[in-house]
Design a protein around this ligand. Structure first.
Ligand code: MG
Length: 159
């Protein structure tokens, strides 16, 4: 039987005007997008952290510091590729992931199938091994004078 490990990832980004709205490696047609040093894709960042956490490989901020100009405007799909390569080098492969996206921004449900297919492709999995759930933030971001996206990911890895 393969060895299994579980990992947990979380990320949050503000949604601001004038930024492309990348979430889960999918471009949403929306007037605001996640602020950030990279493309701000909170879904991919939380997914990376879940995978790294499961493998005991620190976290995204340690591997790709936002003070490093190399990662300015970085495509987070490339970061996930690097994370998967590091897992592979340590003998691990993703097994499945369950993802909650809470946001006052774009509606997630209409793009759920596209998100699952895109994320599964990035992870080398079948879409049925990657689940995506969209939630609202019940207007709480407005209390802080803005809007945002918060993402939680649980994943299993195997070797
Ligand atoms: Mg982030």
């Amino acid at each position: 039987m393969s060895e299994l490990r579980v990992g947990l990832g979380f990320d949050v980004h503000r949604l601001v005007p004038g930024r492309p709205c990348w979430l889960g490696g999918v471009l949403f047609d929306h007037p605001t997008g996640p602020a950030g040093h990279s493309d701000g894709d909170a879904v991919l960042h939380a997914l990376c952290d879940a995978l790294l956490g499961a493998a005991g490989l620190d976290d995204l901020g340690t591997l790709f510091p936002d003070t490093d100009p190399k990662w300015k405007g970085a495509d987070s799909a490339a970061l996930l590729g690097e994370v998967c390569a590091r897992l592979g080098a340590a003998g691990w492969r993703p097994h499945n992931a369950d993802i909650v996206i809470a946001t006052e921004g774009p509606r997630i449900a209409p793009k759920r199938a596209e998100l699952r297919t895109r994320l599964a492709g990035l992870l080398g999995l079948d879409p049925d091994a990657v689940n995506v759930k969209g939630k609202t933030l019940e207007g709480m971001g407005a209390l802080a004078g803005g809007a945002g996206v918060a993402v939680q990911v649980v994943c299993l890895i195997a070797r």
